[in-house]
Design a protein around this ligand. Structure first.
Ligand code: 5AD
Length: 341
């Protein structure tokens, strides 16, 4: 079974189902995933400085704490100087990728985004800028690319139409989400996608659809994190997703996508104190510590208790290095591009 995942030819759905339905820490699966990870990326862990520059959002996703209708969210926006300061600090700390992430906030029109990116790329030509600002037109994506953005993160969230409609209001569509991902690929971005594990109403069949969709898209980055409830959303009474299922899925994704950049996400570090360590052992090879100004971090609250201190903080690079060493990996100062086979 592990062998056929590893050969990258996919698995019959029933076999995928067996792995997904167990509730184990699957030692053999994790072990194989680590071998594959080391065969492509050695012991390297890439770090990205995450700058959460706006928590305004025009969308109303039922699971997300910064949804438009959450009146308890304290909204903020960073300007070009604030963002640039984060990058300067990040550069001194050894970060060579800056991820600009935000809600879907049209205050940042193409011109504003391009000028922020251009400023960062001019000062730090040896760094990559990644954008994660949601759905925009192909023209906008082209403009960002021409300004110097080389990577884009946009999780598909779920590849099943019916499930998508349970997580999002009618004004959003899976079709447009996928259109964005294909546009980004066509333009030449390194593209990241992914989904939440254990989001409300998710079935094992939905996860299998996610795996099939990822196979079709063949992204460079795959981000998955455990779903964690936020108290000020319509899903306040729903359960969190499972840590162990998320870890098994990371291992499966590593076997299916040997070259992919897979982060050990903040959601995993939030659901369990050792969640990110477990993810790294199961094939994850990227960490994205928070590089936002300290005073606004708590406001980018996608889910309850989202971590932003300790090793989730970009400033704690030494602790991160220790964590990596304890697992026999190494944090590297590197732009950390995807290694396509
Ligand atoms: N729990 C876990 N992940 C979440 N995200 C948004 N809300 C939650 C939540 N409640 C994830 C989405 C989004 C990414 C930035 O954060 O998958 O794409």
């Amino acid at each position: 079974m592990i062998d056929s995942l590893r050969k990258n030819c996919g698995l019959p759905d029933e076999e995928l189902m067996n792995i997904l339905e167990s509730d184990l820490y699957d030692n053999a699966l994790v072990y194989e995933a680590d071998i594959v990870r080391r065969s492509v990326y050695g012991t390297d862990i890439y770090i990205r400085g995450l700058i959460e520059f706006t928590n305004y959002c025009k969308n109303n996703c039922y699971y997300c704490g910064i949804r438009r209708d959450n009146k308890n969210a304290e909204r903020y926006r960073l300007d070009s100087d604030d963002i640039f300061k984060c990058c300067s600090e990040g550069y001194s700390l050894g970060y060579r990728t800056f991820v600009l992430q935000g809600g879907e906030d049209m205050y940042y029109n193409d011109k504003k985004i391009c000028s922020i990116v251009y400023r960062i790329k001019s000062a730090y030509p040896d760094c990559a800028v990644t954008l994660s600002i949601g759905e925009r037109s192909k023209e906008s994506y082209k403009a960002f690319f021409n300004a110097g953005v080389s990577r884009y993160l946009l999780r598909h969230e779920t590849a099943d139409e019916k499930h998508y409609a349970k997580l999002h209001p009618n004004e959003m569509s899976l079709k447009n989400r996928k259109r964005c991902l294909w546009d980004l690929k066509e333009i030449g971005y390194q593209v990241g996608s992914g989904f939440m594990v254990g989001s409300p109403y998710q079935t094992v069949h939905n996860i299998i659809s996610d795996m099939h969709f990822l196979k079709e898209l063949d992204p460079d980055m795959i981000g998955i994190g455990t779903y964690i409830t936020h108290k000020d959303t319509p899903f306040a009474n729903k359960n969190n997703g499972s840590l162990l299922l998320t870890i098994r899925l990371i291992a499966m994704l590593r076997l299916m996508f040997p070259h992919a950049l897979i982060p050990a996400t903040t959601a995993l570090g939030t659901i369990h104190p050792l969640g990110r360590e477990m993810a790294l052992k199961a094939g994850a090879n990227v960490i994205m510590p928070n590089l936002s100004p300290f005073d606004i971090r708590r406001k980018y609250s996608l889910y309850d208790n989202k971590k932003f201190t300790g090793t989730e903080s970009a400033q704690s690079k030494e602790s991160l290095e220790k964590m990596a060493e304890s697992l026999e990996y190494r944090i590297v100062v590197d732009v950390g591009d995807v290694k396509r086979l």
